[in-house]
Write a protein that binds this ligand. Structure first.
Ligand SMILES: Nc1ncnc2c1ncn2[C@@H]1O[C@H](COP(=O)(O)OP(=O)(O)O)[C@@H](O)[C@H]1O
Ligand SMILES: N[C@@H](CCC(=O)OP(=O)(O)O)C(=O)O
Length: 370
């Protein structure tokens, strides 16, 4: 079980039902409180990625619509209008604390296509290094029904996996996960802790209220997705006083859904299980040493031979001179580019390829030792 004070990276999801105080426009007091709490987390040395819903709900308020439209283009229009409100709400509040925010709108392809996955991951990573708070939402205006996440619980879990988060916090309008939907089951009891994979939870959860999309079903699913990458999930009420700092202090708030596996083991399994090996890089002795002993990125200069047929973002194996696998990772270049770059110093990349590419062949964040 993760001790929160020791965790580095948090993904915090704020749901529509909570954010719009059940349809009455963006809830200013709530926003003030969450932003203050996230600032406190940052000051305590933790990184925060915010996944915020509420674009459609805020758009409806701004356009004076009282009912959620059915028609896709009207939904998309509402999301486009409302997203402005969301961004303004966060940027103005965080800037009072001297922090910048960045808007990240993601679609399915951005996370499932290997090359885009690396780009989204790299951009988020850089924003966090710059001390910026990324504010993520689904790119509602361009998604179609078939490919939309729909609920932001799933999106938040995928973002948690994308940035290797330690903790996923899902703030909603209930105190956590109950043994039944508390809206129509007054005897339902709060579950304070469970294994995310516990199948007995399935019978307890149901769908959303009027404004949210997923209800508890998608929150439980999100916790399981996050657990696959080794992150624990907390489902808690955003109206609970000081919910984030209290979690940080180790207080029991809401429902804690635990990941069975550690992050590294989980990431290894993900690389091994989800992706097929598409090629091989043979490393020189120096590269083998820095990868294994110092956990560094793989630079082109340390590669002696390239084989296989891979594209940017594919999984390749790194072997030593005897063909023994020492690591696996997601490669930043396709096979032809990798051949051109093999053995060359990174300063030559722009000249060799004609564009300014990544310095590393495989970034250490995307590399797992075998
Ligand atoms: N077992 C359960 N425990 C708690 N809430 C539940 C449960 N099953 C269904 N729900 C419903 O899920 C709702 C929260 O999900 P949702 O409306 O999608 O909110 P959000 O916009 O925050 O994602 C609660 O208001 C509640 O009615
Ligand atoms: N992208 C949508 C979020 C959809 C939604 O309501 O999600 P959720 O808060 O998880 O129920 C929006 O900003 O309106």
């Amino acid at each position: 079980m993760t001790e929160f004070a020791e965790t580095q990276r948090w993904v915090i999801k704020i749901g529509s039902a909570l954010l719009t105080a059940n349809g009455r426009g963006l809830w200013a007091d709530g926003l003030d409180a969450w932003v203050n709490q996230m600032v406190e987390l940052r000051r305590a040395g933790h990184e925060v990625v915010l996944v915020s819903s509420g674009a459609v709900a805020e758009g409806m308020t701004r356009l004076g619509w009282s009912r959620r439209p059915e028609e896709i283009h009207r939904l998309q229009a509402a999301a486009a209008v409302g997203q402005m409100g969301l961004v303004q709400a966060y940027e103005s509040r965080f800037s009072m604390h001297g922090l910048h925010t960045a808007q990240i709108l993601l679609g399915h392809d951005d996370i499932s296509a290997r090359d885009r996955y690396l780009n989204a991951r790299g951009a988020l990573q850089t924003l966090l290094e710059l001390g910026v708070i990324p504010v993520v939402n689904e790119n509602d205006t361009v998604v179609t029904d078939e490919i939309r996440f729909g609920d932001n619980d799933t999106l938040a879990a995928l973002v948690a996996n994308l940035v290797d988060a330690d903790v996923l916090v899902i703030l909603t309008d209930q105190k956590g996960l109950f043994t039944g939907d508390p809206r129509n089951n007054p005897d339902a009891e709060l579950i304070t802790e469970a294994d995310a994979s516990d199948s007995s939870l399935d019978g307890m959860v149901s769908g959303a209220g009027t404004l949210g999309r997923g209800g508890m079903i998608t929150k439980l699913r999100a916790a399981r997705l996050a657990a696959r990458a080794g992150a624990d999930t907390i489902i808690a009420s955003g109206t609970e006083d000081q919910v984030l700092p209290r979690l940080l202090r180790g207080e029991s708030v809401g429902t804690r859904l635990l990941a069975k596996q550690q992050k590294l083991a989980a990431r290894k399994q993900w690389l091994a299980g989800q992706l097929q090996l598409k090629g091989q890089l043979q490393l020189d002795a120096g590269a083998v040493k820095v990868l294994t002993a110092s956990g560094r990125s793989l630079l082109p200069v340390g590669v002696k031979a390239v084989s296989g047929n891979f594209r940017r973002g594919d999984l390749v194996s790194c072997v030593d001179a005897d063909g023994r696998e020492i690591a696996r990772g997601l490669v930043n270049y396709n096979v032809d580019e990798a051949r051109l770059l093999a053995g060359q110093p990174s300063a030559e990349i722009t000249r060799l390829l004609g564009y300014h590419g990544d310095e590393e062949l495989i970034h250490r964040d995307n590399l797992v030792l075998s």
